[in-house]
Design a protein around this ligand. Structure first.
Ligand SMILES: *Cc1c(COP(=O)(O)O)cnc(C)c1O
Length: 456
């Protein structure tokens, strides 16, 4: 597959170059020259294929000629020792994307990217050095994804005192090839330091530097997998990728105990509601749809940082500074993946398949409380934005047919300080409990490039 910059349809590169470079030299994002199609035989068996087989079929055309099938098969097995269950909650479905080691959907992209990098650099002598600035979630997923991967070391920069204790442990308790730097400054300072490091000629001579942020095409592609798995199952009239013929129901309706209808009928396409910030996750869903997964369309759910919903309404794309909310992984005023969406789909095309909805913190909190009260199910603030956005559209009859699945992008225990006052104690999964018991190895540095250079 050849990849172009979103800004220039010349000088294509292969998958390895697109992945290892991250950002195109002209500042654009790499996009495949054409989004491949599932072969007919795959499309008609998405409902019954395993998660790993669908991962293989989804990713294969993007890496064709560069990663052999047998290697890719191994790679997806190691990257995804967990899956994405589709569960029934009330009258809709929730696609749980938080069963990976850091309990957020970023595990899918980061774990694949790490193993792909390692394979693509198998003949290089010099180690690769990855620099990431994080406001919380990305750093944990990238650190975990690359932990123990040969030939690659990672340095994560995070703002001191501004990430949660759990997030800090996910970033700074691994050790080994992962170095954590606690920067005396803000997230913007961390980002500026990473930028300065990439621009530093002396450092570039000493180290082979790369980044791992959410615009990397090797993080995007594996995220198309769970859309294909979930929509395939639902279209076949089945639901759970674990093989059950009906959804795993988490908490019955406490109101009347009546049988619940999730809207699943064989032959019906799914609408996905995607809590969005940088729009990588939603772009991956668009790729899955274009490849031929049975998807009706999407709801782009944002918090008050509603650049994309406003664009869909007005046709004007107007970025703005981000505002802080309780769904902070989506506090993005200039979504970095929008350029990639716009390279593939025109405004009119987007309007046909995506509806944008913005949700306030107040409604997010009300939704967390109401869903727990009614069904005993815990939503995290990001998933709750998705749930409430869908409520808004159902209220206006804009969603009329087929099953509706909300993407739960993080485990609620990651945001306990927001969720527990509304619901009471959240059961903590063993993976997160283990993290809380770890000790932190971090080094505090001032927000200063010479301090970063010395640390590297
Ligand atoms: C990163 C993140 C998002 C936003 O995803 P994008 O791909 O940036 O739109 C939503 N929820 C959680 C929990 C996240 O960590």
């Amino acid at each position: 597959m050849r990849y172009y910059s979103t800004r220039r349809r010349e000088d294509p590169v292969n998958f390895a170059a697109a992945a290892l470079t991250g950002l195109a030299p002209d500042g654009g994002l790499f996009v495949p020259e054409a989004i491949p199609q599932y072969p007919a035989a795959v499309r008609s068996s998405l409902g019954t294929m395993s998660f790993h087989d669908i991962a293989l079929e989804t990713i294969k055309p993007y890496v064709h000629g560069e990663i052999p099938d047998a290697v890719l098969e191994d790679l997806v097995r190691q990257a995804f020792p967990f899956s994405a269950p589709l569960v029934g909650v009330g009258d809709r479905l929730v696609l749980e994307l938080f069963h990976g080691p850091t309990a957020a959907f970023k595990d899918f992209g980061a774990r694949f990217m790490a193993r792909a990098f390692s394979y693509l650099r198998r003949n290089e002598e010099r180690p690769l050095h990855i620099l990431v600035a994080t406001s919380g979630d990305t750093g944990g997923a990238v650190a975990d994804g690359f932990f123990g991967i040969e030939g690659i070391s990672v340095t994560v920069l995070y703002p001191k005192g501004r990430v949660s204790p759990l997030q800090e442990r996910q970033i700074a308790a691994l050790g080994g090839n992962i170095t954590a730097l606690s920067v005396e400054g803000s997230f913007d300072d961390c980002q500026a330091l990473v930028k300065a490091a990439f621009g530093d000629a002396d450092l570039r001579k000493r180290l082979v530097l790369s980044s791992a942020n959410s615009i990397n095409v090797s993080r995007l592609i594996p995220q198309a997998v769970y859309y294909a798995v979930a929509s395939g199952r639902a279209f076949a009239g089945l639901t759970d990728p674990d093989g059950a013929a009906t959804p795993r129901v988490t908490g019955a309706d406490r109101g009347n105990g009546a049988a619940v209808d999730y809207g699943i009928r064989a032959g019906q396409q799914v609408t996905f509601c995607v809590p969005s910030g940088n729009f990588g996750n939603l772009t991956a869903g668009l790729y899955a749809m274009k490849m031929g997964a049975p998807i009706r369309g999407f709801i782009a759910a944002t918090n008050i940082n509603k650049t994309v919903p406003d664009y869909l309404t007005t046709g004007n794309y107007q970025t703005r500074p981000s505002e802080a909310t309780i769904s902070n992984a989506m506090d993005v005023g200039a979504p970095s993946n929008f350029e990639r969406m716009a390279a593939h789909w025109s405004l009119e095309e987007m309007r046909q398949i995506i509806r944008g909805v913005s949700v306030s913190d107040e409604d997010t909190r009300k939704t967390i409380a109401a869903i727990h009260d009614r069904y005993g199910y815990f939503l995290d603030p990001h998933g709750a934005v998705g749930w409430n956005a869908a409520d808004n559209l159902i209220g206006t009859n804009s969603i009329t047919a087929g099953p509706l699945a909300i993407l739960a992008t993080a485990h609620p225990a990651k945001f306990a300080e927001t969720v527990e006052p509304l619901t009471g104690p959240i059961p903590v999964p063993p993976s997160l409990q283990q993290v809380m018991d770890r000790t932190i190895h971090t080094r505090i540095i001032p927000a200063d490039i010479s301090a970063l250079k010395e640390a590297l």
